[in-house]
Design a protein around this ligand. Structure first.
Ligand code: SAM
Length: 236
């Protein structure tokens, strides 16, 4: 399989530092993702350039506006590892926790972690709303991509974040509509909208990353039962 060459896009869109180790890890990640895709149903994006840009690069570019160092970070609904595994590759000093409710994907992630020889990264086979019961305020950062709309995902993850920590949501063009639907209800969870980053790119389309800061403890009543959240999301 030929190797990905279009690295200049990583330089143009993100400010991450590339090196040979990272390039090698991403090549291995791509090969394993494609070889296991039929078994685990991981992604509909399979073409090499598209995986590198729409999965790997898309997982990263929020780091232009949000500094990652050695935080303890939790990716909820990580799927095949986006963005959590990609972040660990580029920022090896992070402590990364991957929460995923599909056991097949957890098996894939455990194998992937071994293949990429990553340390200080852990998978959790759980639903986010259950995971937060024993992990209240354990993380500096919660990050999520393509799991559910803002008025649901913020409720699922807010309890996990420590005071003054952050919730980063990687979103597409519907982010503005989702913000409207939320009607400012992030404050009920102790969250305050901090900033957003909008990218219009020919290949990636419109990408909108949102950052919330946790300024107060999330009340114990959150998250509610998932059936209740679905029936009556915040703001409805
Ligand atoms: N974040 C990945 C990405 O951007 O490619 C995966 C996105 S995929 C559309 C959504 C993933 O979230 C699925 O793997 C699903 O099993 C998981 N998921 C959905 N609800 C969840 C929950 N409440 N807790 C944990 N995982 C959840």
């Amino acid at each position: 399989m030929s190797k990905f060459e279009n690295w200049e896009l990583f330089d143009k869109i993100s400010n991450v530092q590339l090196n040979d180790k990272i390039k090698d890890q991403l090549d291995k990640y791509f090969s394993f993702l494609i070889s296991e895709n039929q078994k685990y149903n991981l992604t509909s994006i399979v073409e090499q350039e598209a995986v590198f840009l729409k999965h790997f690069l898309d997982s990263l570019f929020f780091t232009n506006i949000f500094k990652l160092e050695n935080q303890k970070i939790c990716d909820i609904g990580t799927g095949a590892g986006f963005p959590g595994v990609v972040l660990k590759i580029f920022f090896p000093q992070l402590e990364v926790h991957l929460v995923e409710s599909n056991n097949k994907k957890i098996n894939f992630l455990n194998e992937l972690i071994k293949i990429l020889d990553l340390d200080n990264i852990k998978t959790h086979y759980s639903r986010a709303e259950d995971f937060c019961i024993d992990n209240t305020e354990k993380f500096d950062v919660v990050v999520t991509r393509a799991v559910s709309e803002l008025n649901i995902i913020l409720e699922l993850g807010a309890q996990l974040i420590s005071l003054n920590g952050h919730f980063v949501c990687l979103k597409g063009p519907k982010a503005e509509e989702e913000i409207e639907n939320l009607k400012g209800c992030e404050t009920k969870l102790g969250l305050k909208f901090e900033k957003k980053d909008v990218l219009f790119d020919e290949f990636l389309g419109t990408r909108i990353n949102l950052v919330y800061k946790k300024i107060a403890h999330t009340p114990n009543q959150y998250p509610r039962q998932y059936s209740q959240i679905k029936k009556k999301p915040l703001g409805k």
